[in-house]
Design a binder for this molecule. Structure first.
Ligand SMILES: Cc1cc2nc3c(=O)[nH]c(=O)nc-3n(C[C@H](O)[C@H](O)[C@H](O)COP(=O)(O)O)c2cc1C
Length: 328
């Protein structure tokens, strides 16, 4: 059977499947189920920057909903009322329940601030790594793209100062020069990028003339932008890559690996199918590799990335690829 193990941010994982942050990983029981399912690593449900600031006694204006584009479910009152102490306790319990499976704590933030020092407590609690979901929604017309990118970079800088843990930065896809930003994030000391976060989808109910949230779970055809950017950035920005959003089956997992991802995060598929989805994905992945007589998954990493492929121009000229495939 093919070896599915992968090196990611200095950690050897049994396989590249990582449970993405969500309510599924917000309790010790959930973490235990995640580890038992066979995933390679686990990202805990996020703690919010505001929760940390509240504990520090800083003034908070409450939740700035304009700035937070993430799923409403993240911002549930219960999550809000859980303080930092409870989160640290969850890290300790998560480590105890996950056995050998690495556990990443997660902080959802919109910019730099005093909260960053909390990363050192997460390290002391025993987390194997830290994911920063930097989810700032640019609402103001006076902020430039450079301003927004500076926010991201100062956030990473402050957190890097506070901890030696491996840091992965989870980004949304709306940055005008992602290769440049990725390199700058790497220079600030982050170890990996998670491409991409899936923001709360926005919709309008015409009947009730109200804003509503669209389907919070992704569908299997939502992975293409993440795949494009993993393949474009692999070995070009000095940072490791994790694929995320719309990864629902083993073939898609494999696409991300050949594009250059060290790990792939899964969330919606688990909400839809339950933890049984994990052994199924692993079985399907092994079968595909065995069918091609591939001994180690790691040997495929980045094979079809822009850098390794030898044809970087193909990755820039989509029309050309369309013409080649004869679809258009
Ligand atoms: C109900 C729900 C809760 C989530 N909670 C978090 C969270 O706390 N922190 C975070 O960074 N991402 C959170 N996410 C985003 C997921 O981790 C993931 O990035 C996103 O759903 C895209 O992956 P998928 O297509 O596999 O679902 C949540 C997603 C859902 C559906």
């Amino acid at each position: 059977m093919a070896d599915l193990s992968t090196w990611f941010m200095g950690l050897k994982l049994s396989n590249p499947l990582v449970v993405g942050a969500s309510g599924l990983t917000g309790t010790p029981e959930g973490i235990e189920k995640a580890a038992a399912s066979g995933v390679g690593a686990i990202v805990m449900k996020s703690l919010f920057e505001e929760q940390i600031l509240a504990e520090l006694g800083k003034e908070t204006q409450g939740l700035d909903l304009d700035a937070y584009p993430d799923a409403e479910a993240f911002i549930s009152r219960t999550a809000w009322e859980q303080g930092t102490e409870k989160y640290l306790d969850l890290v300790v319990q998560a480590k105890a329940r996950a056995g050998a499976v690495p556990v990443f704590a997660s902080i959802n933030c919109i910019g730099p601030g005093n909260w960053a020092s909390f990363a050192s407590q997460i390290e002391s609690a025993g987390a194997d790594g830290l994911e920063l979901n930097i989810a700032y929604m640019p609402f103001s017309t006076s902020l430039s793209s450079r301003d927004i990118e500076d926010r991201v970079l100062s956030t990473v800088r402050e957190v890097r100062r506070a901890t030696r843990l491996p840091i992965e930065v989870k980004l949304g896809q709306n940055y005008s020069s992602l290769p440049n930003l990725a390199k700058a994030i790497s220079k600030e000391g982050a170890n990996a990028l998670v491409l991409f976060n899936r923001f709360f989808h926005f919709d309008i109910d015409l009947k009730r003339m109200k804003l509503i949230g669209a389907q919070p779970l992704s569908s299997p055809d939502e992975y293409h932008e993440s795949l494009r950017w993993v393949s474009l950035l692999y070995q070009r920005a000095g940072i490791e890559l994790a694929g995320a959003t719309g990864i629902h089956d083993a073939r898609t997992v494999l696409k991300f690996i050949v594009a250059g991802a060290g790990t792939v995060q899964i969330c919606s598929v688990l909400h839809r199918k339950g933890w049984v989805a994990v052994p199924q994905l692993l079985k399907d992945l092994s079968e595909i590799l065995d069918g091609h007589e591939i001994v180690a998954l790691e040997s495929l990493r980045g094979k079809l990335s822009a850098q390794v492929s030898g044809h970087p121009e193909d990755y820039q000229r989509l029309q050309y690829i369309k013409a080649l495939t004869g679809i258009y």
